[in-house]
Design a protein around this ligand. Structure first.
Ligand code: 3H9
Length: 659
């Protein structure tokens, strides 16, 4: 059957009297203007020929439709707009059925909702992830989804942006069935539909729902919203679907979509989306084939090592965990098993999945067992001698093709690499704790790291489902360098007149889940104290140095686990401690500083400036490749609110980045 072309990305062929329309707009079949116009032309064609019984919509490649073309946001609108295309589909006189071959997201899912029938392929998924971009669905999603699956399930899906696979979609009533060959099944459904009145989603009444269940679903969404406005707006619109008619609901949705699309919050989240796609891309590396990493050795099974082991196991790798003694190896195994159990309890892993992970785990006290590893990640005590000694020993054990990675946070990975016979296979992999949960991994491209070692660990980190950000060698890498810089600024402000609780409150009001002093208490103050002592001899005596943290540490206030730090924790509750206030006042008096007051906005401006100055220095030193990488590190490793886009983005957007 000859192909009929409707636009550069939309074509069709006639099969069994049905027009099978394929959208082919790589990489994700986004709904660019030529896709929308092509779809309308295809419908016109089907309407004009009585011999055509109906229409099927499907996608080329592995995606059905990835959503509206986000790159078109902010550009002048081009007709036809998506809501009109979907209205046309829904009101079409002949059956229109979607054959969902892959992800149907955002506007793609809204097209599916507008169809008269929906067949899911085995790899199909459905989702309205707009809230993750700071917007709400803008082409009927909030009005049609509750008509199909009810308000409670719609609030969950639209409010969180989570996607569902084919099976759950059928259970929810979002898809009519699953088929190995969705186009074939969809053709059959078109013929079936032609025999009876078409089921138009917009005409279905929203099923009556228990108001308590709606409130509970709403509360769940709002609890995760973390200061973002889109989730609450999405819930409001889904609730409105029960009260307004379709036209009114669609108008309200569209107005909300347009308002949010032009908001700073959405611009920030779109920046994060594209920054994530750019992260981990290194010029010239796309031509390098990564080495196959099947077996991962983890040296050290403390909190960090066991977390890394769990991340590797749950992403399908074999893991060999090495400890110094048989007893330590046994407790390492127990720690990994316990973390896997917790993952099962949280619903992120099935019991079978856990058993499968444990079957792929070998714990040992024999270093020689590491010979089978494709990648060794050390997570031992952060001491240069311990690490260099280990890497030297590994040289004689692993194969020449194996990659060696250090998880150091502060040591110089080049010095560790220099201890090995082949430094080109050494990289840094700086995981964040807990490593099985935190997405960020700073991938340290050491001075002698080879392109294929780098490409291989980047592919490995992506396979873990994590976000790799490449950085060069510098003390503390990207994140800890920025953290140190803004911690220093926070301590300057303490000396100048602010209190820890005021600085923390300003950070929390800005959107950080926790202020910097509370974070320091949680992490423990002793590591930074040890570093300050190490650096004391080389510190510029003319540089400003705040001694308050040293005084607290000397008084045994090492943070939350010692019961006292920047705050006191009498019954586990964080409380302001007059002793800390007194220590701060004493430090000011010792330097003859007259304290002054700070507004929350001034506190935030100073902290953001410190972050941005350090970020700018990291780019100038070529430690970080792009500002977006710095933003991702701060968002994913240090609690920077994603809807502010990261410090570099916030600074660029406005002269007053605090607003
Ligand atoms: C929406 O639909 C609003 C409507 O309600 C209302 C409208 C009126 N647009 O992630 P990948 C690019 S809002 C433009 O690595 P994967 C991406 O930048 C939208 N470009 O692939 C990258 O480019 P590059 C709602 C897009 O296979 C390349 O595609 N939809 C879009 O791992 C590959 O991306 C969403 O929020 C887009 N919509 O995952 C879905 N999507 O190669 C967003 C991707 O230059 N997308 N690109 O770096 C995704 O979640 C994933 O991309 C997807 C594929 C699961 C589709």
């Amino acid at each position: 059957m000859p192909e009929i072309r409707f636009s550069q990305s939309v074509s069709a062929r006639l099969e069994d009297g049905v027009l099978v329309v394929t959208i082919d707009n790589p990489p994700v079949n986004a709904l660019s203007a030529h896709v929308r116009s092509g779809l309308v032309a295809a419908l016109d064609h089907a309407a004009s020929l009585p011999a055509i019984a109906g229409v099927i919509l499907t996608g080329a490649g592995s995606t059905f439709i990835g959503g509206a073309d986000i790159k078109e946001f902010g550009k002048p609108p081009v007709e036809p707009m998506l809501p009109e295309v979907i209205d046309r589909i829904e009101s079409f006189d002949k059956p229109v059925v979607s054959a969902v071959n892959g992800a149907a997201l955002g506007g793609g899912c809204e097209i599916v909702l507008g169809c008269h029938g929906r067949i899911a392929g085995e790899k199909a998924s459905f989702g309205l992830p707009e809230v993750k971009l700071g917007i709400v669905p803008g082409a009927g999603g909030t009005q049609r989804l509750p008509r199909l699956i009810g308000q409670v399930a719609a609030i969950d899906l639209i409010g969180t942006g989570r996607a569902v696979k084919a099976g759950e979609a059928v259970t929810l009533g979002l898809a009519d069935g699953i088929a190995t060959h969705p186009v074939v099944a969809a053709i059959a459904l078109v013929h079936e539909c032609a025999e009876k009145p078409l089921r138009r989603t917009g005409m279905i009444r929203v099923p009556p729902t228990d108001p308590a269940a709606v409130s509970a679903a709403e509360a769940k969404v709002l609890a995760r919203a973390r200061g973002q406005s889109a989730p609450a707006e999405a819930v409001r619109l889904v609730k409105a679907a029960g009260e307004l008619n379709l036209r009114q609901g669609l108008a309200e949705e569209r107005a909300t979509f347009l308002r949010l699309r032009d908001s700073g919050e959405s611009a920030a989240l779109r920046h994060v989306f594209f920054a994530e796609r750019a992260a981990g891309k290194v010029e010239g590396l796309d031509k390098v084939s990564p080495r196959k990493i099947v077996t991962v050795a983890v040296v050290g099974t403390g909190l960090m090592g066991s977390g890394i082991a769990v991340a590797a196991l749950t992403s399908g790798h074999r893991v060999i965990a090495l400890e110094q003694t048989q007893e330590a190896a046994a407790s390492g195994r127990a720690r990994i098993a316990e973390t896997l159990d917790r993952t099962v309890r949280s619903g992120r892993l099935t019991a079978d999945g856990r058993d499968d992970c444990l079957a792929r785990l070998q714990t040992t006290a024999q270093a020689a067992d590491l010979a089978k590893a494709d990648l060794v990640i050390e997570a031992v005590f952060d001491d240069l001698e311990v690490k260099t000694d280990l890497f030297r020993r590994l040289d004689g054990i692993v194969t020449p093709g194996a990659i060696l990675a250090t998880n150091t946070s502060y040591l110089d990975p080049d010095a560790i690499a220099a201890a090995t016979a082949d430094p080109s296979r050494v990289v840094g992999l700086h995981f964040f704790s807990p490593a099985n949960v935190m997405r960020l991994v700073e991938v340290v491209d050491c001075t002698k790291t080879s392109p294929d070692a780098l490409a291989s660990v980047l592919a490995f980190v992506k396979r873990l489902g994590k976000l790799p950000v490449v950085c060069g060698v510098t003390e503390g890498f990207i994140g800890n360098r920025i953290f140190s810089a803004y911690r220093r600024e926070a301590e300057f402000m303490l000396e100048d007149g602010a209190l820890p609780q005021e600085i923390d409150a300003a950070l929390e009001a800005y959107g950080f889940p926790m202020g910097i002093f509370a974070v320091n208490d949680m992490a423990g103050l002793e590591i930074a104290w040890a570093r300050r002592k190490r650096q004391a001899a080389t510190r510029d005596p003319a540089a400003r140095y705040v001694e308050i943290a040293d005084r607290l540490c000397e008084a045994g206030r090492l943070g939350r686990k010692s019961g006292r730090g920047w705050y006191a924790y009498p019954h586990g509750e964080r409380t302001i401690d007059p002793e800390v206030t007194a220590a701060i006042e004493a430090a000011r008096a010792a330097k003859n500083i007259t304290p002054r007051s700070f507004t929350p906005s001034e506190i935030m401006s100073r902290l953001l400036k410190a972050m941005v100055d350090e970020g700018t220095a990291l780019i100038a030193e070529e430690i970080a490749a792009r500002p977006g990488d710095i933003d991702l590190v701060m968002i994913n490793g240090y609690g920077f609110p994603p809807h502010k886009g990261g410090p570099m983005f916030a600074a660029q957007q406005s002269k007053d980045p605090v607003s």
